[in-house]
Design a protein around this ligand. Sequence first.
Ligand code: VAH
Length: 330
Amino acid sequence: MPFFPIPFMKILVTGAAGQIGSELVPALRSRHGDENVIALYHRNVPNDPGEQVVGDAGDRVFLESLIAERDIEEVYHLVGILSARGEENPDLAFSVNMGTLKNVLDIAKDRKKAGKPIKIFWPSSIAAFGPTTPREKTPQRTVLEPATMYGVTKVAGELLVNYYFKKYGIDIRGLRYPGIISWKTPPGGGTTDYAVEIFYGALNGKEYVSFLKPGTYLPMMYMDDAVRATMELMEADASKIRVRTSYNITAVSFDPEGIAAEIRKRIPEFKISYKPDFRQQIADSWPRSIDDSSAREDWGWKPSFGLPEIVDDMLKNLGPKARAGGAPGM
Ligand code: VAH
C-alpha cells in the first residue's frame, strides 16, 4: 500500500452495510479522511460514525442527484444479492444486481460527458465460473457458464463493465472475489458462509454442522486481504490494468475438513458434522483453486493471510462476540 498522501476526492460506497462494505468503508475513511467517504445504506445504520445516506441505488434519479450533489469522483459499487439467496429469489437477484450496476455505469457515462469522470470499483466473483470451467488453478480467461443467477449477473456485469470501459472510457476495475472470511459483520446469503459460521460453532457449542461436505474445496480469502486488494487495485496506475472484466484473485483453498482441523489445533474438542443442503450443488459448480497470476503480474497482488493466520485472527477477534451469542443464521 503506497504511503504518499493521495489527492482529496469524494468517494461513495454503495451496499455499505454488507460484509465487504462494512469493512471497506472504515478502511477508505482512514486512507482518504472521514469527510471524503460517504456510505450509502438501504436502511439506517446507527453505529456508523461517518457520513451516511439512506437510499436505493436502484433509483436512478436518487443516485444521480446524490453523486452530483456530493461531486463524487469514485464509486465502490457493492450492492448485490449473493449466490444462495439469489437462488431462492432469482428475479430479485437479477434486478438488484444488474439494475443498480447499470445505474452506476450510466451515471458515470453522463458525468464523463459533463467533464466529471468517476472511477468505479465493482465486485465480480468466482461464481462467474461454472461446471464447464477448469476447476483447478482456474485461468483468468476461460469458460464462463455459471449455474446460478448470481453467477449470471457476475458474467453479465463483467461484460457490461468491459463494454463501458471500451466504448465510453469509464475507468472501472473489478475483482473476482473468492469466499471472504471476516468477523466484524456476519455474511449473508452466500455459499461460502460456512467458513465464517464454523467459528461461531467452535466458540459457542464446540461443534458445527456444515452445509458443505468434506472434500468441497473452495478458494477463500481473509477480509483484510480483500480490502487491501480492492484499494491497491483502485490506486494502481491505469496503465497497469490489463483486465477490464475482473481480475482473478485468491489467497488459499480449503475444504470443511481442512479448516476444522486447523481450528482443532487450537480448540481440540471442536467437532464438525455434515448435513449438505442446496448450497452443495452451487459449491460443486465453482473452482477448487484459482490462478491469480494476472493480478500478481499487472498490479502486484500478494495475499498475507493463509489458513493458520485466518484461524488465529478469527478466534482472537470473534471470541467475545461469539460468546455473547451473536451468530449468523445458524
Ligand atoms: C457467495 N460469498 O458465497 C459469496 C461469494 C465466491 C462466493 O461470491 O455467494
